[in-house]
Design a protein around this ligand. Sequence first.
Ligand code: R5P
Length: 282
Amino acid sequence: MKVISTEYSQILAARLANAMKSDLVDVRFSRFPDGELYLKAGQVGDEVLVVGSVTCSDALVQLVLLIDACQGSEITLVVPYMGYARQDKQFSPGEPLSARAIAGVLSREIQRAFLVNVHDPGVLRFFSVPAQTLSLAPEIGTFLKQRGCMHPLILAPDDGAARFAAEVAGVNGWEFDFLEKTRISSETVSMSPKNLVVKGRDVVIVDDIISTGGTLATASRLLYDQGARNVYAACVHGVFAGGAYSHLIASGVRRVYCSDTIERSCSEFSAAGCISDGISRC
Ligand code: R5P
C-alpha cells in the first residue's frame, strides 16, 4: 500500500510511510491564476492510504481532489485532524450539521476511514464507510516519560476529558484527576482538581484540542495560585487559534506539546505509529 498526502499532512505522511514500510507518493501542488487549487499525483498502485487533516478550506479541497486523483485504487482515508467535527449537532434551526456534511463529502469513493481523537466519536456515524477513531493518549504518556517527567499529576481541564487523562497517566502508573468548577457567586467560578492537591507538584494538563488556549490558560493560572510547581500542556491537535500558543506561555505554562496531526513547530510526538498500528489491526 502506498501513502499519499495533502500539503498539510506531508510530514506525518512521510513518517507513516516509514512506519508502514511503504512508499510515499510524490504530489505537486499549485494554483490556477484564479486561485483554484490544482495537484498532480504520481502512480499510486492498487491500494493507497490518503492522508490529510482538515484544518482549513484549502486543506479540505486538496483532500477531496486527492481522493479523486486516486480513483481506481482501493482507498483508505486517514484524517488525522477533522475540522468541522465539533459542529456535530444542529444547535438551532438553520444551522448545518457540519460534521455530517464533511464526512459525507469525504466518504465518496473511499473504502474505509481512520480519524485520530475525534472530539466526539459519534461523528463516525456520518461516514458511509467503516470509520474508526484512534487515540494518541498512550503516545502522550510515553512521550512525557521520555522527556523526563517524574510522577507528574496528569490533569484534565474538565470531567469530559477525564478518561483521556486516565489513559495518558495509565501508561506510566501516574496519578490523574480533572478540574471541577465550583460556582462561588453569580460572577465568580473557582476551579480546582476534584480529588488531588497540586501544591508543590508538576502538573501536565492534557486535552484533545487546544484551540484558543483559553481553557488551559485559565487552568494554569489557577493551578499556580494553588501552589503547583510547574504546569505543562500536552494535546493531540494543536489548533492554536488567535495566538493561543503565546497566550499559554504568557499564562505560565512552561512547555506546550502537541502531535503532528496538525504540523507545528511544537509537534514533538507523532501520530504515525498509532495510525500504522490501527491500520494493521484491521
Ligand atoms: C472541548 O471540549 C475540548 O476538549 C477542548 O477543551 C477545547 O476545544 C479547548 O478549547 P480552547 O483551547 O479554545 O479553550
